[in-house]
Design a protein around this ligand. Sequence first.
Ligand code: HEM
Length: 458
Amino acid sequence: MSIPIPQPPSIPFIGNVTALDKDVPLNSFALLAKTYGEIYQLNILGTTIISVNSYALANELSDEKRFQKQVAAGLLQVRNLLGDGLFTAFNDEPDYLVAHRLLMPAFGPMAIKGMIEEMRDICDQLVLKWERFGPHATLDPADDFTRLTFDTISYCSMSYRMNSFYSDKPVPFVVAMGDFLAESDLRASRPRILQAVLGKNAKYHEDIKLMKDLAEQVVAERQANPIDKKDMLNTMLHQKDPQSGRKMSAENIARNLITFLIAGHETSSGMLTFAVYHLLRNPSALRKVRAEIDSVLGNRPAQVDDLSNLPYLTAVMRETLRLTPTASKRGVTPLQDTTLGGGKYFVKAGTTMLVHVWNMHRDPLVWGEDVEEFRPERHVDGKFEKLPPNAWQPFGFGVRACIGRAFAWQEVILVLATVLQKFDLTPADPSYTLQLKQTLTIKPKGFYIHARRRTDNQ
Ligand code: HEM
């Protein structure tokens, strides 16, 4: 016999819309999980959304025979720009399947290893900037890491230099993207009738146009000036899907270029910023990771083989994504009417369900009572490999898991190893307490640092 899924009190017509913080919905989702526990449901303008917070239930939702990714709510609005691009495609769209098969090898570990020098090129620009600014400058790591990850994905995937480090102003694409994502999220929780009244449509469509124009310009430039390089753009332009014999359409190529630029930089820059934040708050972890980097690298540049030889730094990255997963939730839906928790909760086929990775990564039954502590030691000496299945899933799950995981991992480990090898980092405000900024992903807000060039390891 199933029991009702708990729901906070709701208001006629709008349901539970007011239960969600407009700027950082994650804060509300986390609070609701504390109040209602492993599962609760919300009514958002007449649509039921079920939020799952415990490891046990999230593990059930990670069974692809019963559940699949659902593009709903804010993500459905993001389709206004990305359409059937990899991130926002419905599961059976034909162009998605072609792109997925063609691009999986292009994002595979061997291909990514070949991008190390391009990644280093951009990382060196960040190092040079911090060196030139000197130890007294107040640096905004979220901003600089955004420049870095944006330039890196652009340079590696389409051999196109965004040159973000050469401008004071934020990159127009990044601004348009942030505004577009925020507005997409708001549209999902706003009655349609308000859309035109609020006068937000013009700006929304301008942002879409700016991003589409850039992608089309990159494709046109490549077609006019072909280069002989194995980047993702050449894969998309020239290779045929072995299964269908089809090439990708021009429209789908542009959509996927924008997908890479969006999905490929926000999450990684948030991860880098959170990693620095956690290390500065945990001096013993910082000491350990620096000792490891110094002993493996000394003062020489990291090579690709070094990156698999830094177990404590790897544990720091895993713990960063456990405690602060930058993609904090993912949407799934049951393929058929089903029950969860051994028959406890009934869920209808097609219902929108959110796996709240932020909450499940805090399940004490998996991680212990010190879940709020940043402790890389949870992941060393084979402990990571012994975690229960699907307990750590910052990169999503199954066939719709992150295609850029190997890319992000190599980029982040290279940048952290290089930055910690070269700089003493300190918080600009030692009393800073973590606040979040949320668009499609999350990152620390208002967190600033100083970076002093190290002389002790030269
Ligand atoms: C999908 C996280 C970096 C491209 C996903 C998903 C997650 C995720 C959770 C699944 C979303 C869902 O189920 O709806 C992350 C994190 C990253 C990262 C935490 C960095 C720390 C990247 C990078 C790229 C990328 C560097 C490069 C292009 C994508 C794409 C998808 C995806 C295209 C959709 C894949 C598909 O559905 O076939 N990512 N990602 N991501 N990610 Fe990432």
